[in-house]
Design a protein around this ligand. Structure first.
Ligand SMILES: [Zn+2]
Length: 451
């Protein structure tokens, strides 16, 4: 046997081909990043071009009567400003990722953390904190340009620097009390449990999410907004009557001072059991009529009645299990570490602590284009549920035009895109385009009128 006569270790036999394999892998990662960039860029400008074409071409008279066409130029300008802003972020983020991958920062960071006089879990948290800080700084300017630039220019943003800064501090606080312990437990399980760590991690992540969802309405959301009982007593009575009619266990109706940050309007349900409550943005109360608010809330109750909320939670649990199993498989692959030039540390320490932290980061980069492929499925399911909730709203709140009027009013006030490109709908829209939604509502109302 020739092999026994060799003095050097086996892995040194073909160093050039190893290097070729690593640079090939890095090339594949870079191509994935570029492909993701090219596809999302093409989609977003296609979407803008489509909108411009649709608003300047003649419209069926029934739509022309329905929509406030004088708002169209502003809607296009708003979409164009946001398309430029998104392009900036979409360019800066992969550029930063490429810099991090190619500069040798990752192995340097892992080596620095591995030398810290601390447990492996803490070393791993240090790596994640450093990478998290970089990603925060890269996305920061685009958030600022949106809040204090575009959103302000179009009369939406009302946020002050003081509110913005206090939001940042509170978010950091939440990362420290929720994110750090979660990441710490995951790194601990990775270190102690070997390749089956994802199973206990799945159980832990599920319990953690339930806990956060349970405390969010009473502990987390009030950090950012003032919750007050709804002042409009007549509306409150009608909302409770609507909930009783649907058998919906409603704990309370609140209004929140969303106008502190922006004039965009919304409403949501939170909490479980007796904690279940409705939060109405003060901006929604201002923009919609009594009837329209009730129709919109009946739509939200429809999501509960049609079990969308429960199904969404079950799907989330299944997907997080699947995701963790894939992550566990990936973290056990040596190429995840050798590709960024830290094969030596991987062999010395194993896929734990700071090495695992870098592995998670690299896996995130490889996996993110896959998200673009999965989005059409998730969005398709969500759009179907929106139609179901609309249908339920029409049954629960018997008013022929309140729902469509409410939806049109909200879309126009928010300058939302009335004419998204069909491909953009497939990839990005969790809600059907307004006109298709109104058409479906009218078909149902007409069918009921006949029947
Ligand atoms: Zn909905």
């Amino acid at each position: 046997m020739v092999r026994n006569d060799r003095k050097e270790p086996l892995w040194a036999l073909h160093p050039p081909s190893r290097q070729v394999a690593e640079s090939l892998r890095m090339t594949v990662i870079i191509l994935l990043l570029l492909l993701d960039f090219a596809l999302t860029t093409a989609l977003s400008w296609l979407n803008l071009a489509y909108l411009k074409r649709r608003v300047s071409s003649p419209m069926p008279p029934e739509w022309a009567a329905l929509l406030d066409t004088s708002r169209f130029p502003q809607m296009v300008a708003y979409r164009e400003a946001h398309t430029w802003l998104a392009q900036g972020a979409r360019t800066a983020e992969p550029a930063a990722t490429l810099g991090i991958l190619l500069s040798g920062l990752l192995p340097a960071l892992a080596r620095w953390a591995a030398a810290l006089p601390a447990a492996r879990v803490v070393q791993g948290l240090a790596v994640l904190a450093a990478l998290g800080a970089i990603s925060y700084l890269v996305s920061l300017p685009w958030g600022l340009l949106s809040d204090f630039g575009v959103e302000r220019k179009f009369g939406f943003s009302t946020i002050t620097w003081k509110t913005w800064l206090s939001d940042q501090v509170k978010s950091l606080f939440l990362v420290l009390v929720l994110g750090v312990p979660l990441a710490g437990v995951l790194l601990f399980l990775i270190e102690r449990m070997g390749e089956t760590w994802w199973l206990p991690a799945w159980g832990f992540v599920t319990l953690f999410q339930l806990l956060v969802a349970y405390i969010a309405p009473t502990v987390i959301f009030p950090l950012f907004n003032k919750f007050e009982p709804l002042q409009d007593e007549a509306l409150k009575e009608d909302i409770f009557a609507l909930a009783r009619k649907a058998g919906f266990p409603l704990g309370g109706v609140f209004q929140i001072n969303a106008s502190l940050r922006s004039t965009h309007a919304n409403a949501y349900f939170t909490g479980f059991g007796k904690n279940r409550r409705i939060a109405l943005f003060d901006t929604l109360l201002e923009q919609l009529s009594h009837h329209q608010i009730l129709a919109v809330l009946a739509h939200e109750i429809g999501h509960w009645k049609k079990r969308h909320v429960l199904k969404g939670m079950a799907e989330g649990v299944l997907l997080s299990g699947l995701g963790l199993a894939v992550v566990a498989w990936a973290l056990a692959q040596p190429w995840l570490y050798t590709v960024v030039g830290m094969g030596d540390l991987y062999r010395a320490v194993g896929p734990v602590g700071p090495v695992a932290a870098v592995g998670l980061y690299v896996f995130g980069i490889v996996a993110s284009p896959l998200g673009l492929l999965l989005a059409p499925i998730a969005n398709g399911v969500s759009r179907r549920r929106e139609y179901e909730a609309d249908a339920f709203s029409l049954e629960l709140y018997d008013h022929p035009t309140a729902l469509e009027e409410g939806l049109i009013r909200l879309t126009e006030k928010n300058l939302s895109n009335l004419f998204p490109h069909p491909l953009a709908v497939i990839f990005y829209h969790s809600h059907p385009p307004l006109l298709q939604r109104v058409e479906a509502i009218r078909r149902r109302v007409a069918a009921r009128g006949r029947g």
